[in-house]
Design a protein around this ligand. Structure first.
Ligand code: ZN
Length: 319
């Protein structure tokens, strides 16, 4: 059974797999890189370490693999920051758990997610644990960058770097989660795959239809005040998506206007490319500015009216 890993994580797991096959298991790993999937990657390592056929790529069928999949293998746990900070008491709890005799698992694996939020006391306590860990203990720390951890802690961890996923890997991941390719292509560009509930959100708002409507509104540029009213009417949450889609479409059209076909355009923006790069650059500036206004405390309706009036002036003014 292949590794159950997130987009962009395959390469790091191939390295881990080679090390496990050689019997090289570190007492402490630092999983570092972008995205929130690092704790999940830690759980996958725990599954690999405790697979009854392993350690190695998890078989997926043994008792331990099945328990791991349900999240109820004893001796494996995740600790998350408590109100933004990983505290001394949390590290002590892990220390206590690692000190107990294991009756089930080969390795006791604890994942300290966002370890870079550790208080000074917590990191001192962790350092003591890292200096003399129990034989069957494996700690997995996660942090966006190695430099965010104290050097003393870092020097005792084996660093595993997770690269950001490529655009294609993001799309494939969303397709695997059930989105059709055209929808996945837009969703991945809007939100990456970091946003929780991305598939449900994309489905519930009908992302492809929304993108078409945004491009249509931009290319027709009918009555600016009517368009302003209609965009305001969708509500502030969805308006953010409208504006992000407008920015994507204008960016795509800008690249197309320069003759850059196939530069990842997904929004059907070819109708806008006839405006030419100069005007599209101005339009992009207007849309970006409006998004800033809407995110701030500016009157939304006013910001939208001004946006459509400005867009009309740029587009029609030169005709
Ligand atoms: Zn197994």
């Amino acid at each position: 059974m292949p590794w159950r890993v997130g987009p962009g994580q395959q390469a790091a797991f191939r390295l881990l797999e080679t090390a496990l096959a050689r019997g090289q298991v570190a007492h402490a790993y630092l999983f570092t890189g972008p995205g929130p999937g690092l704790a999940q990657a830690g759980l996958e390592l725990a599954r690999a370490l405790n697979c009854l056929e392993g350690p190695g790529e998890p078989c997926g069928v043994c008792l331990h693999c099945r328990r791991s999949a349900r999240g109820n293998l004893a001796d494996v746990g995740v600790v998350e920051p408590d109100q933004g900070t990983m505290k001394l008491a949390q590290v002590r709890n892990v220390q206590r758990a690692l000190g107990m005799v294991s009756h089930e698992s080969r390795y006791k694996v604890w994942i300290l997610d966002r370890a870079d939020t550790m208080s000074a006391e917590a990191s001192n306590s962790l350092l003591k644990l890292l200096e003399d860990p129990p034989g069957d203990a494996v700690l997995v720390l996660t942090a966006t960058s190695p430099s965010s951890l104290p050097a003393t802690v870092l020097s005792r961890c084996q660093v595993v770097r997770f690269s950001p996923p490529s655009p294609q890997e993001l799309v494939e991941d969303l397709c695997r989660q059930g989105l059709p390719p055209d929808e996945a292509a837009i969703a991945s560009r809007l939100w990456g795959t970091d946003t929780p509930g991305i598939v449900e959100t994309s489905r519930s708002i009908g992302l492809v239809g929304l993108a078409e409507r945004v491009v249509q509104d931009l290319s027709s540029l009918g009555d600016p005040l009517e368009l302003g009213a209609s965009w305001e009417g969708v509500g502030k949450g969805l308006l953010g998506v409208y504006l992000d889609l407008a920015i994507l479409a204008l960016r795509d059209a800008y690249l197309l206007a320069w003759g850059l076909e196939g530069a990842g355009q997904t929004t059907g923006a070819s109708s806008l490319s006839a405006w030419g790069p100069g005007r599209l650059e101005q339009c992009l500036g207007i849309a970006l500015r409006t998004r800033g206004y809407v995110e701030g405390n500016v009157n939304t309706r006013l910001a939208l009216d001004v946006m459509f009036l400005d867009l009309e002036e740029v587009v029609r003014g030169c005709q």
